[in-house]
Design a protein around this ligand. Structure first.
Ligand code: CA
Length: 382
């Protein structure tokens, strides 16, 4: 099946109530939705992750000005061949960041087109499902103007428990002493049965991280995410054994070659590539294989729209627990609960959350349909 057209929709929606995290304020939810149109008129959709402060136009420009021209007229089934060629073409000015971020959305769209063409969900095309549903943890706890912390965070945590979540991730990185006090207060309020994590968005130095980890050891967090700068392999390696909790990072690591360096150094306990940023299905399956070879956990980062969420569920379904055993470490999906004007509207509410678990969509491709009127409503470049 040949490719007729590759489209990159830049979509943006202003937040009614902007929110902040350790690196600054978020005023919009944005994304790049990729559409690969085939010659028979069928389309596949993918997404390039857009971080809170990331301009979506950069990844879209990569697709429109670089990748698309090499894809027109090609067979969608040559998806891995195209991945390697596009990555290689962009090597002198790419290798990571928006170059791989853009390639991820293209790859997901190709796999969606393949799945829709064959009438199979992507998980089945990648080797099958280890699980039909995935335990979800809530990502939220962004800071908003005029609120009081930790009081408002405790209210938010209780709301997630009421919704059925048994795990949640705090937003931290606002100062070591502030974070320690905040995490202790939330832990005391929710108890030890709730799986509690904290994401620092690269706020700290090695020395600050050490102070924090030692002070918080009694709080038994499941994992600490992005304590340090995303390039600091040596720093992560140095702090990794200061805590019984897991040390996690990886949403800002791109491609198998970069992940290989981290794994070879033994720098992290949990790797968190984002399917929509670290390389799409083609590359992230290889990253997962490298993690498995190092007997190390992979729990993907997920922060996109419903397109990225559905695609991530397809990917997560195919991941073996590392290591396998009768009752293995349960796989998790990050389920972002922060404000997002089009997260589920864009996929016609096609992802089901019940009693703390999200079902892996079983329809062909990524398992959901994109709502074109929602796409057009928020699109700013077509
Ligand atoms: Ca994060």
């Amino acid at each position: 099946m040949k490719i007729k057209e590759v489209k990159a929709y830049v979509i943006k929606a202003p937040l009614e109530e902007p929110f902040s995290f350790s690196q600054g304020w978020v005023y919009n939810r944005s994304s790049v939705i990729v559409e690969v149109v085939c010659q028979d008129g069928e389309s596949g959709f993918g997404e390039c992750l857009c971080h809170g402060m990331q301009p979506p136009e950069v990844a879209a420009a990569f697709i429109e000005n670089c990748y698309a021209q090499y894809m027109i007229g090609r067979d969608i089934f040559d998806v891995e061949v195209m991945w390697e060629q596009l990555y290689n073409i962009a090597r002198p000015f790419g290798q990571q960041g928006a170059a791989v971020n853009a390639l991820s959305g293209v790859d997901i769209a190709l796999w969606d087109a393949i799945g829709k063409h064959l009438g199979k969900p992507v998980s089945k095309l990648l080797g099958g499902n280890f699980r039909e549903s995935v335990k979800a943890y809530a990502t939220g706890f962004y800071r908003k103007k005029g609120r009081r912390y930790p009081d408002d965070a405790i209210e938010e945590a209780k709301g997630y428990i009421k919704k059925g979540f048994r795990g949640m991730k705090l937003k931290t990185g606002f100062g070591v002493d502030t974070d320690i006090e905040y995490i202790k207060a939330v832990r005391e309020a929710v108890g030890y049965d709730v799986m509690l994590m904290a994401d620092f968005n690269s706020a700290y130095s090695q020395a600050e991280a050490r102070r924090l980890l030692l002070a918080l050891e009694p709080e038994k967090l499941e994992f600490y995410e992005e304590l340090l700068a995303p390039e600091d392999i040596a720093g992560y390696k140095a702090i990794r054994n200061l805590t019984g909790s897991y040390i996690a990072a990886g949403e800002e690591i791109f491609g198998k070659i970069a992940f290989k360096d981290w794994l070879a150094e033994g720098a992290l306990d949990i790797y968190q590539p984002d399917l929509c940023s670290s390389g799409g299905f083609t590359e992230c399956k290889k990253i997962a294989a490298i993690c498995q070879a190092y007997n190390t956990m992979l729990i993907p980062h997920v922060w996109g729209s419903g397109v990225g969420l559905a695609a991530s569920l397809q990917f997560i379904a195919t991941l073996p627990s590392t290591p396998l055993r009768d009752k293995p470490q349960e796989m998790l999906v990050e389920y972002d609960q922060s404000s997002h004007p089009f997260r589920l509207d864009l996929i016609n509410d096609g992802v089901r959350f019940t009693d703390g678990y999200v079902e892996v969509p079983t329809a062909p491709g990524i398992g959901v349909e994109v709502n074109r009127s929602v796409l057009e409503k928020y699109c700013v470049n077509k």
